[in-house]
Design a protein around this ligand. Sequence first.
Ligand code: PEP
Ligand code: MG
Length: 569
Amino acid sequence: MQTDQLLKGIGAAPGLAIGRAVWWRKERPEFTVHTVEDPEREVTRLKQAIEQAQEQISRLRETAAKRMGESEAAVFDAHLAFLSDPAYTGEMERRIRDEAKNAEAICAAVTQEMSDMLAALPDEYMQARADDIRDVGDRLLLILTGRQPFDPSLLEPGSVVVAEELTPSDTAQFPQGIAGMITARGSKTAHAAIMARTLGIPAVLGLGQAIDQIQDGDTLILDGTTGDVTRNPAPQAEQAAREEMRRQRERREQALAAAKEDARTADGKRVQVFANIGSLNDIELALQSGAEGVGLFRTEFLYLENDHWPTEEEQYEAYRRVLEAFNPNPVIIRTLDIGGDKDLPYADLPKEENPFLGHRAIRFCFSHPEIFKTQLRALLRASVHGTLWIMFPMIENVSEIRQAKELLAECRAELAKEGVQVAEEIPVGIMIEVPAAAVTADLLAPEVDFMSIGTNDLTQYTLAADRGNEQVAHLYDAAHPAVLRLVRQTCLAGKKAGIPVGMCGELAGDANMTEILVGLGLDELSMSAGAIPEVKERIRSVQTGAAEAKSERALAQSDPDAVRRIAQE
Ligand code: PEP
Ligand code: MG
């Protein structure tokens, strides 16, 4: 047996795991494509399969809600919606009748066409729906061909699940005690990866063909942070990994126990730790994880999940709920950031050559003042229910800030005339996510009450590396000194103007970078809920002076790898 064989994948859910490999083998539903004499009989078979699929998915939804919460279970609502979508199952019925073919053949063809169509859309959210529809289609085909899906009871505690690809339906069926998971395909943003992070199961995805070398019963060490998988490790390596796992467990337990307490550096500097949320479903987990407020509420979900522009009333209701949940702590609500990779089917946005450099976010809002003002009015109305801060995205110059504030003032005046109550003080801030804004932060800062650095966009614009393009993923790293210098410049401008500067891009939740970020002078860090306990723990171990010295050294490097080495010291 070959020992210590190292395989490389993408670290998709952090943590170390050791366990025995168990292949999650999926039966391929086999069928022929043939014409039928009695299409109605096929339609009946299809309808029965849809019913069975609905029952199975509803059960999965229940299990997922219990184990992972409503937010993760929501993916199964999307699956159920597909089953009653006229464009999907309705289309299958129609084509069985038209083409007089067997249900399996039509189901497979329609699923393929819809998933290809979704996968080709530029929007990441819609691309993820392509995986969902394949998941639903495979389920229907298994039922139609009378095949059995993989039996999850084969997975004993301590198993590492090995698969070509795992869907949310698969992950939701994992029994308790799964040590980890690895797959040939999949990315960090795949639903299965998100679920693994929620369940706290270390995961390495995207191993490619190398995964075929793994056999049932192999011992595997996987590192969900670095993406390393060691097959059949030597005894010393296994021993060392077990030691490291024990240390990680202790650190996690310690961090979780103190998650609800404020974070101060060892020498007493307070750094606020907030949550990024993408929908109302995220509120509960954010509060449980110790979020002291919301540093970024991405309001796009209201627009993406609807088939119409959300009304003032619908938006008011959502904003009121999040403000009440965190009251009296601040909730930073970002105004609509549409365009770029986020498309809206009902908005009929014209195609752009370079959508990330195009008509997105505040630019779109300025050219659609009626849509923008609906949101601003809803925000102002909700402001009496908590501590609202309003944040404008993609700002790059002073006149944009003034224009946005003018529109806000107009809405305030309208509401006053209508006798609607609005909070007196509502801090207004901007995202710093365009290099021009960071470079001129000293000119922008006097115009606003706070700034928050969006490193996801700032990195792609600074490094000219599309954040969603796998081919330039090796160039895309927010720890690049060029990005850190812009962060530093923004923090200095904030200090000079006497306003707080936060960070709400992914870099803020990277615990290995916490010391450097504190050293650069950030007052607040906002991240997905799961990262909060550990980042707070890291803040507590920071000495401000040492952190500043470390960040100075980081700024003097010429590449992100060198920065990351310094961060690890
Ligand atoms: C960012 O760009 O860093 C950010 C937080 O905004 P989004 O990821 O929603 O573009
Ligand atoms: Mg952004």
